[in-house]
Design a binder for this molecule. Structure first.
Ligand SMILES: Cc1ncc(C[n+]2csc(CCOP(=O)(O)OP(=O)(O)O)c2C)c(N)n1
Ligand SMILES: CC(=O)[C@@H](O)[C@H](O)COP(=O)(O)O
Ligand SMILES: [Mg+2]
Length: 653
């Protein structure tokens, strides 16, 4: 623990690091770490990854002149030290809060945030573009470009597309591989094993050193011949002794493994890398959660547990004691994720052809439950959503029933695989899209705002959304018994608190059928997914003001229940659609299309959903209020529509 006054309090811009000694820089890194522990422990947010890059961030900013020199943070969940050192130290307590600092890097927030992110594996691609852009502009005094990417993000295929291009062009960029062996869960796959082999074997850390001295002393003129070789050829030969062969073969220089918590060692390596006129990777070994004992000494579980911290989860720099249970308190409803995870286990045990696939979101999707219960039916492909869908396509062709459990927003990365491989071929693949709707703190890069629109336009796919956690179980069974592409969306967080059907009570639902939940008068509220709950809230408020509304659950957006829609249209003068998705091309659009195709008079239609803009970050209740996705907002709009111009007093619903 450092004593005050902090050196960090003198760092208002990254250039204030220039001229500090290695020891002072090491102290600044520790002060950054403590600032993060104190702040994130109180407000919540991403945690372990930030603690792991305090030294890397200080070392980079101590050598570079940001923003002329550009530092890119892959994903950006580990950019809190960067934000602290680039003038946002005192604003850190607002991070991820409504109207506070962005959850990840954001180009509108700071000139030092060179790229926006939130989705993984993009940083090297940007780096190549930035550097080649400088060359095209003839900017000879161009800045350096450094991408910091984790071992998890390295499992994203788009990172390799960039490595391939940079190696081909010889683009002089630096990649800092922040290797801590962790994604959110422990990292997976052959690349992770390769990194582990190197990172965890100190003998390999210095394999390169001494090789050249050894070679030039070889007897019989061999050494002399080696000594006469050009530098590139020497490097290539030496690379057989060093762990960077993978990189060297792609015409990258490899440096490593460097202790990612030793500022002096980092600066020595980074200085050499920055001076090179070719692409260079600096492989650093770090600890996710460094300096926070519960993570650092908690093993893989501890590091996974502290990927993010909940508000008030840390006190005096140790995990805060959990609040005592309140006797008699009603238990909160289960999370949709938990219900899904348990239901998938039941489905695997009902039909052994069912398998679950995650793209590095093991616990986030609830597939950690399947991994424990039925490990043979569980796959984690790494941060590789495209591969997840192609893998599912292969499995489906072999008669399996794969369930791709991928957040709505992350599934966007596999869009062409959904079209080109699953829908065109009509494969029996299910997409379980958790985090559909506004997710809250993670903001616009993570809101599941677009899946209704981006999937509804595809032929051959069935799309449904449960109004509660019981329907989720029935719709998962429906997906796994209907034989073709199926998308199922549900929100982040708790269910509504209904009784869950037991394994024997779960049943498939007839495709394309909705359900009337409440009969009313002039207005019908037709909800989809979480929109049904909002519709019920609005109906209750309208009832208090003498307006009886019909409420129905569409349940399917593709195909729509046209019979139900026809009845609602014929019996009501106002039809309100409610969806937690973008209005452009969403559920409401589907209803309008269906009504325009139908013969006969159509009611007036009001559509409630997400606006045609990216919604900011913050607690979901604040975001819902901002976009009008509340029962009260819907009730007001209905009143205005029903009584507009009639002179009736619009009650203050
Ligand atoms: C396309 C995409 N898929 C999934 C995620 C969720 N995600 C956020 S951070 C993370 C792990 C990143 O691991 P790594 O790059 O090693 O960084 P570390 O947290 O270890 O520092 C994942 C899977 C994401 N941000 N983007
Ligand atoms: C940075 C990232 O993409 C993940 O950590 C994401 O924030 C997880 O979201 P959930 O908390 O909704 O699982
Ligand atoms: Mg990692």
């Amino acid at each position: 623990m450092t004593s005050s006054p902090r050196l960090l309090d003198r760092i208002d811009r990254p250039q204030d690091l220039h001229g500090l000694t290695d020891e002072e820089l090491q102290q600044v890194a520790q002060e950054v770490r403590e600032h993060i522990i104190d702040t994130v422990g109180e407000i919540g947010g991403h945690f372990g990854a930030n603690l792991g890059v305090c030294e890397v961030t200080v070392a980079l900013h101590s050598l570079l002149d940001s923003p002329r020199d550009k530092i890119l943070w892959d994903v950006g969940h580990q950019a809190y030290p960067h934000k602290i050192l680039t003038g946002r130290r005192d604003q850190l307590p607002t991070i991820r809060q409504y109207e506070g600092l962005a959850p990840f890097c954001a180009i509108h927030e700071s000139e030092h945030d060179i790229m926006g992110a939130g989705h993984a594996s993009t940083s090297i691609g940007y780096a190549v573009g930035l550097k080649e852009g400088m060359r095209l502009a003839g900017d000879l005094d161009a800045g350096k470009v450094v991408a910091v990417i984790g071992d998890g993000a390295m499992t994203g295929g788009v990172a390799f597309e960039a490595i391939h291009q940079a190696g081909g062009l010889g683009t002089p960029i630096v990649v800092v591989l922040n290797d801590n062996g962790m994604s959110i869960a422990p990292n997976v796959g052959a690349l992770s094993r390769y990194f582990n082999r190197v990172r965890l074997n100190p003998k390999l850390w210095h394999a390169r050193e001494g090789v050249e001295e050894g070679l030039v002393t070889l007897p019989g003129g061999i050494g002399a011949a080696f000594d006469r070789l050009g530098p590139r050829l020497k490097e290539s030969i030496k690379s057989f002794w060093a762990p960077g062969l993978f990189w060297e073969e792609l015409d990258w220089a490899y440096m490593g493994v460097i202790d990612g918590h030793d500022v002096r060692a980092l600066r020595v390596a980074l200085k050499a890398a920055l001076a090179a006129d070719r692409p260079v990777v600096v492989h650093t070994a770090t600890v996710k959660g460094k300096g926070f004992v519960a993570a650092e000494e908690g093993g893989l579980e501890g590091m996974e547990r502290w990927h993010a911290a909940k508000p008030k989860s840390i006190a005096n720099r140790v995990p805060a004691p959990s609040a005592p249970a309140v006797p008699g308190a009603v238990a909160a409803p289960p999370q949709y994720t938990q219900v899904f995870g348990e239901a998938l286990i039941d489905e695997v045990r009902r039909d052994r052809r069912v398998v679950g696939i995650t793209a590095a979101m093991n616990s986030g999707t609830g597939l950690n439950l399947l991994q424990k219960a039925e490990p043979e039916h569980y796959f984690d492909v790494g941060i590789a959503e495209q591969q997840a869908v192609l893998f599912a396509s292969g499995l489906a062709l072999e008669g399996a029933k794969p369930v791709c459990a991928i957040y709505s927003t992350f599934l966007q990365r596999a869009y062409d695989q959904i079209v080109h491989d699953v829908c065109i071929q009509g494969l029996d693949v299910t997409f379980a899209m958790d985090r559909a709707g506004l997710v809250g703190d993670d903001g616009p890069t993570h809101h599941g705002a677009f899946d209704i629109a981006y999937l509804r336009c595809l032929p051959n796919i069935t799309l449904a959304a449960p109004r509660d956690e019981a329907q989720l179980k029935h719709l998962l069974r429906t997906a796994l018994t209907q034989g073709g592409p199926f998308g199922l969306r549900y929100p982040r967080g708790e269910g509504v608190g209904v009784a869950l059907p037991g394994p024997g009570e779960v049943h498939a639902i007839a495709i394309g059928t909705g359900e009337v939940l409440r009969e009313g008068g002039r207005v019908a509220l037709l909800g989809y997914g979480s929109g049904v709950g909002r519709a019920l809230e609005a109906a209750d408020l309208l009832m208090e003001h003498g307006v009886e509304a019909t409420v129905a659950d569409a349940r399917f957006v593709k195909p729509l229940d046209r019979e139900l829609l026809g009845t609602l249209a014929a019996d009501h003068e106002l039809l309100v659609t409610v969806e937690e998705g973008t209005l452009a091309g969403g559920f409401g659009s589907a209803v309008l299309e269906a009504l325009s195709d139908a013969a006969g008079p159509a009611p007036r239609v009001l559509r409630v959903g997400l606006p045609d803009r990216f919604v900011t970050h913050g607690k979901p209740a604040l975001l819902h209020a901002e976009v009008g996705f509340t029962g009260r907002d819907i009730a007001r709009r209905v009143q205005a529509a029903l009584f507009a111009g009639t002179g009736e007093v619009l009650s203050e619903a």
